[in-house]
Write a new protein. Structure first.
Length: 191
């Protein structure tokens, strides 16, 4: 008589919500190829959704527009592959700084948009400063040199009557102001 026992072990891993969301977005081609962040169209849709919820529930939220400062000079000095690498590092760094409930995406070329649910005006200022400081401390090694890039950060909190256009306009105007200030100074940056 042969008596035996078999035990099978199977590793089960809990997939975090952020990773599940990332996998779903990738499956539907909603992610930017360089940064693996949501594309502009998805960010617009999410922003519209948050604006629709605001009057009904009064849930505060804020938005942050982040621009890589002096990107044309960086590209001229280091070329396309370095730009791609620094953009990936900046995206990864910002993703690590933000909460899992925040929604970060690639807005356009050298700009990113973060939508921060349940974030007041006081809170968003702190987040903007933290993003700027953390990104400025990150960088890449390129041909033996450590390269980094400054960011310009403009933030706003939603107010009654806001539209997608008004939110983006406020942040874009602030970014232009910051860009003019940094263009006049030899040292970049600003919040």
């Amino acid at each position: 008589m042969i008596v035996g026992a078999v035990e099978i072990f199977e590793e089960r891993r809990v997939i975090p919500q952020s990773e599940r969301r990332q996998n779903t977005l990738a499956k539907h081609c909603c992610l930017d190829e360089v940064t693996e962040l949501p594309k502009r169209e998805l960010m617009l849709s999410y922003l519209r959704g948050q604006l629709d919820l605001y009057p009904a529930h009064g849930l505060p939220f804020s938005a942050v527009l982040i621009q890589l400062d002096r990107m044309q000079l960086f590209q001229a000095a280091h070329r396309h592959e370095a730009v791609r690498s620094i953009t990936q590092v900046v995206a990864h760094t910002m993703r690590e700084v933000l909460r899992s409930t925040d929604f970060l995406g690639r807005w356009e070329g050298d700009r990113f948009l973060a939508i921060l649910p349940c974030c007041s005006e006081t809170c968003v200022e702190k987040v903007a400063h933290r993003l700027k400081a953390t990104v400025s401390g990150s960088g890449i090694y390129w041909w033996g040199d450590r390269l980094s890039i400054e960011v310009l950060v403009a933030s706003t909190s939603v107010i009654a009557g806001d539209t997608v256009e008004s939110v983006i306009e406020r942040m874009t105007a602030r970014l232009k102001q910051l860009a003019n200030e940094t263009a006049a100074s030899p040292i970049g940056g600003g919040v």
